[in-house]
Design a protein around this ligand. Structure first.
Ligand code: GLU
Length: 556
């Protein structure tokens, strides 16, 4: 077979030589040990936690080593593309603090290894494919869907391995004339790899290859024997081929990707070998799992809203909290380091792929929430205010007005219980923070809890009356509490809880019940931070107004 002739027949318009691309995209001039990593998302409109998880690994590996981290858009599957998805990927990752040095950006492409959209690299892929055809390493296959189904069915009947390989690869050895005739008939064709893997042998004779995975160590896998499709009938490459060519020409040193790609690793190894290119270090990250009814399962797009990155943005998780949490699941020694270095910037932690888990990584929303509390308590109120405003603009625009309104008021609210020795860790994410503080705003104030059961309506009324009568906004915290105790004993409630505990039969309840009545009137809730402090923020007028409104007497 004259492969040169075949290559020209199949790709008459491809005139470049692969060597030209080697020159256009030379080795990068980087310090020894610098890593080049990339994120290769497909613009499907769904950005998931796994993308961010992988992006962190890429970002840390590159930036810790003085290397380069770039964004390549893998848009070879037209059917799955969604308008605006690329912008959404960039802005979402940026929000969580992931920045690229090179590749696709909001303002177009940046860098010497462009184009960074796979859809714009057809000529490059076809140049390499043409070379493979010339060398007899790839060939055209005209099999129709029906023919492929037929092969599969026969294989099933005979209990043979499925796929297009060896004796099953019908078009592996078509003659030039036959190919010519089919081309003249305008038959559609794909280009397949002519795999060098050994076919048609007993299981125990299958050759094994060993690959060093950055995270998993030495992997022993059966070599590839499938004549996989490299170029689809529309001239667009498959993932297998596109990423191999791109990662070679863009000089990627570490390919970080999800474990779902592990089974196809032998294909990629064969492709790198066939093209005589050095293999990058593949790092297959673990699947994200969650616990459900005591069992681990994979996070699912359908069942778990928390798999989508949008979830964290619309709930208003602070990017610092998400980063901090992801780091704890990325590196097993991170939490220990954090305990020793509570205030150090995250980037000063030395991240290593060796400390990553290779079995499933447990994703735990409760733990994220706990970490978020720790992170938010350290962020100054003014910064949290701005964060809430930014969040509201995108997700709850009806709140922006009041959040932006009285700056000093909101800062005081956010600082409540956060400046003593024992810090309150009330804040988790923006939506929850607003719910937590909403009673400070009349439009959102409502009575949510009921008065204690042991306090009669008449008692509640008279407690509130007495409270209103004795109210002096100038009272300090001790004076204020003495008055509450006084009201308690006047109304038959123990002034001290321990007195009540000793002789419950002597009282209707204790001072705690009295303050709960006041708390519900003022905040609408049975639990809240310190009442006196809240009153100081609400101000005299609003505080009294709420007591008056709560007085059943006035509502009658
Ligand atoms: N486009 C592939 C994906 O979205 C990228 C895999 C890779 O990083 O190589 O899964």
């Amino acid at each position: 077979m004259d492969y040169y002739k075949l290559a020209d027949l199949l790709f008459p318009n491809i005139t470049k030589n692969p060597l030209e691309y080697e020159e256009i995209y030379p080795q990068r001039m980087l310090p020894v040990g610098a890593k080049v990593t990339r994120l290769g998302p497909s613009p499907t409109g769904f950005i998931h936690l796994g993308n961010l998880y992988g992006a962190f690994v890429d970002e840390r590996l590159a930036h810790q080593s003085g290397g380069v981290f770039y964004l390549r858009i893998e848009d070879t599957d037209e059917k799955r593309q969604v308008e605006g998805a690329v912008e959404a990927i960039i802005s979402s990752l940026e929000f969580f603090g992931v920045t690229f040095d090179e590749g696709v950006t909001k303002d177009g492409e940046k860098g010497n290894y462009a184009p960074y959209h796979q859809s714009q690299r057809s000529e490059i892929y076809q140049t390499y494919i043409k070379q493979m055809v010339r060398r007899g390493q790839a060939y055209p296959c005209f099999c129709t869907e029906e023919e492929l189904n037929e092969i599969r069915e026969t294989q099933e009947c005979l209990k043979e391995n499925p796929g297009y390989y060896g004796k099953w690869a019908k078009h592996r050895n078509l003659s030039l004339e036959e190919i010519q005739t089919r081309l003249d008939n305008k038959e559609a064709f794909v280009i397949r790899l002519r795999s060098q893997g050994t076919h048609d042998c007993e299981d125990e004779d299958i050759k094994m290859i060993s690959v060093e995975d950055g995270i998993r160590g030495t992997l022993m896998m059966p070599e590839n024997d499938q004549d996989v499709v490299l170029l689809k009938a529309n001239g667009i490459p498959t993932y297998h081929f596109a990423h191999v060519v791109d990662d070679h020409l863009m000089r990627t040193s570490h390919v970080v990707r999800g474990a779902e790609w592990l089974p196809s690793l032998p294909i990629h190894v064969e492709l790198f070998n066939t093209l005589e290119w050095p293999l990058p270090v593949y790092c297959h990250t673990a699947q994200l799992m969650k616990m459900e009814n005591g069992n681990r399962r994979k996070l699912s797009k359908r069942k778990d809203p928390e798999l989508s990155l949008d979830y964290y943005r619309s709930e208003g998780y602070h990017p610092k909290a998400v980063r901090e949490y992801l780091m704890t699941i990325l590196n097993s020694n991170y939490e220990e380091w954090r305990m020793e270095n509570p205030n150090a910037p995250l980037d000063s932690f030395e991240f290593t792929v060796e400390k990553m888990s290779s079995s499933g990584t447990l994703f735990d929303l409760d733990k994220l929430n706990d970490i978020s509390k720790d992170v938010l308590v350290k962020i100054p109120a003014a910064e949290i205010r701005q964060f809430l405003i930014d969040w509201s603009k995108a997700h709850r625009p009806e709140l922006t007005g009041i959040l932006e309104g009285d700056e000093e008021y909101l800062i005081k609210i956010l600082d409540l219980g956060r400046n003593g020795n024992k810090l309150r860790k009330d804040f988790v994410f923006a939506r929850q923070i607003f719910e937590f503080i909403s009673y400070f705003y009349n439009d959102y104030f409502k009575i949510e809890d009921s008065y204690p059961e042991n306090v009669s309506d008449d008692d509640a009324k008279s407690i509130l009356y007495a409270y209103l009568e004795s109210y002096d906004h100038q009272d300090d915290q001790t004076q204020w509490f003495d008055k509450i105790r006084q009201i308690a004993s006047d109304k038959g409630y123990a002034a001290k809880p321990k007195d009540y505990k000793k002789n419950p039969e002597l009282y209707k309840g204790h001072v705690g019940d009295v303050s709960t009545v006041i708390r519900i009137a003022l905040m609408g809730r049975a639990t809240s931070p310190d009442i006196w402090e809240i009153q100081q923020i609400l101000g005299e007028e609003k505080s009294k107004e709420r007591i008056i409104k709560a007085l059943p007497f006035f509502n009658e």
